[in-house]
Design a protein around this ligand. Sequence first.
Ligand code: DGP
Length: 113
Amino acid sequence: MTDCIFCKIVRGEIPADKVYEDEYILIFRDIQPAAPTHLLCIPKAHIASAAEIDDGNVDLVGRVFVQLAVVAKDLGLGRGFRIVTNCGEDGGQTVGHLHFHLLGGRQLIWPPG
Ligand code: DGP
């Protein structure tokens, strides 16, 4: 999508601190980290939010979780981590391209605000 920030990162039009990339997904560091490790994992294809996950793109979402587990291990998050996706206005979503936050490196509080 032309004016989507994360699509621009996928196309290389905006720089990002990339941690992992393949044909389907991209993992990069969040510009406003909320934990010592704070990554974002996105499908390269534009999907607006978790509300648009369906049978046609569920494989992409599976790839997200597989690769986040690999990256979490590689980054030494053996004590644990959190994967979260904010969906829509009430969910606190600010970028309209499906993304999964991976947070770790400190004790995380639950429930979040
Ligand atoms: P959310 O509020 O769940 O939609 O999370 C969006 C996240 O995206 C937020 O933590 C900040 C991050 N973010 C926004 N713009 C950029 C950017 O241009 N680069 C990077 N690396 N992260 C961004």
